[in-house]
Design a protein. Structure first.
Length: 263
C-alpha cells in the first residue's frame, strides 16, 4: 500500500528514542524527510545520522526542550528554513513524574503542563499557517491510554493528556475545512524506557520483583504482552498518511485491548 508519504516533510518531537524514534523510523521508511528534536544534542544528532544512513532520506536534528516556551516554534522554524514546509506534525514528549495528588507540588503541575499541553499547542500553532496556505496537513498528538482510562499513580499524565485531547478535538473541527486532519494516538503499555522505569518504581514501592510487576501488567492486557514501538509507529504513520484523509478528531489506541471503554 502506497501511503502517499514519500517526499513529505514530517516533524517528530522527542524522537531520539522510544515511541518518537520508532515513528521517525517508520516515516523515513516511507520516504519522508524528517525534522527531529530532543533535549540531548548528542543523542538527537546520532539518531538523525542513523536514520539518514539507514533510509537515505534527509534528516534535520534540532536540539530543543519542548517544555521551554519558544522551543517548539524554533524547531518548526528550523524545519521550514531547511525544507520550506512542514507537512506532518507529530507532537510527543516524555512522561511527567508519577505519584498521587497529594505528593505533587504546584511547580510540578506547572512543569507538566508546559511539557504536555503547552508544547502541543505551540507546535500546532507554528505549523498551521503553512498547512492552511497549502490546504493540506496532518497533525497527530501522542498522548496515552491515561487520557481515556486513568492509570493509578499517574494523576499528572491522566489530567494533562486528557487536556491535549480536548485541544486537538477542538482544533480538528476548526481546520477540517482547510484539508488538515488532527488526531491523537494513545499508546498503551509499550516496551519503552518509560514503561520499564514506571514498572521498576512500582515494584520498589510494593516491595516485589520487577518481573512480578510486569507479569501483573501483562495480565491486564487482553493480548497478554507489552506492545512494541514498531507496532505503535505503524498506526501513527497510517494516521498521518494520505490514506487517512477522512479520519480526523479521533483518539485511537494502540494498547492490545487494555482500555475497557466501549468508545
Amino acid at each position: 500500500m502506497d501511503l502517499g508519504i514519500r517526499g513529505k516533510v514530517a516533524l517528530v518531537a522527542a524522537s531520539s528514542r522510544g515511541l518518537g524514534r520508532a515513528v521517525a523510523e517508520e516515516l523515513a521508511s516511507e520516504g519522508a524527510s524528517l525534522v527531529l528534536c530532543a533535549r540531548d544534542e548528542a543523542a538527537i544528532a546520532r539518531c538523525a545520522q542513523e536514520i539518514e544512513t539507514s533510509w537515505g532520506v534527509p534528516v534535520l536534528a534540532v536540539p530543543a526542550d519542548v517544555a521551554l516556551r519558544g522551543d517548539p516554534e524554533r524547531v518548526v522554524a528550523a524545519g521550514i528554513e531547511r525544507f520550506e514546509r512542514v507537512d506532518i506534525l507529530v507532537t510527543n514528549c516524555g512522561g511527567p513524574p508519577s505519584g498521587p495528588v497529594d505528593s505533587l507540588t504546584g511547580d510540578q503541575w506547572d512543569e507538566a503542563a508546559r511539557l504536555i499541553l503547552s508544547s502541543a499547542v505551540e507546535f500546532a500553532r507554528a505549523v498551521l499557517p503553512g498547512m492552511k496556505e497549502r490546504r493540506r496537513g496532518r497533525i497527530l498528538a501522542v498522548t496515552s491510554v491515561a487520557a481515556k482510562q486513568p492509570v493509578s499513580n499517574l494523576v499528572l499524565s491522566n489530567s494533562l493528556r486528557a487536556a491535549v485531547t480536548g485541544f486537538t478535538r477542538t482544533l480538528a473541527n476548526e481546520v477540517a475545512g482547510d484539508g488538515i486532519t488532527v488526531n491523537t494516538i494513545l499508546p498503551g503499555y509499550t516496551r519503552t524506557e518509560r514503561v520499564v522505569q514506571l514498572n521498576e518504581a512500582a515494584a520498589r514501592r510494593e516491595g516485589i520483583q520487577a518481573a512480578e510487576a510486569l507479569a501483573r501488567i501483562e495480565k491486564e492486557i487482553p493480548m497478554g504482552r507489552l506492545g512494541e514501538p514498531a507496532e505503535f509507529a505503524a498506526l501513527a504513520t497510517f494516521l498521518v498518511s494520505e490514506r487517512a484523509s477522512y479520519v480526523t478528531g479521533q483518539s485511537i489506541a494502540a494498547d492490545g485491548g487494555w482500555i475497557k471503554a466501549l468508545l
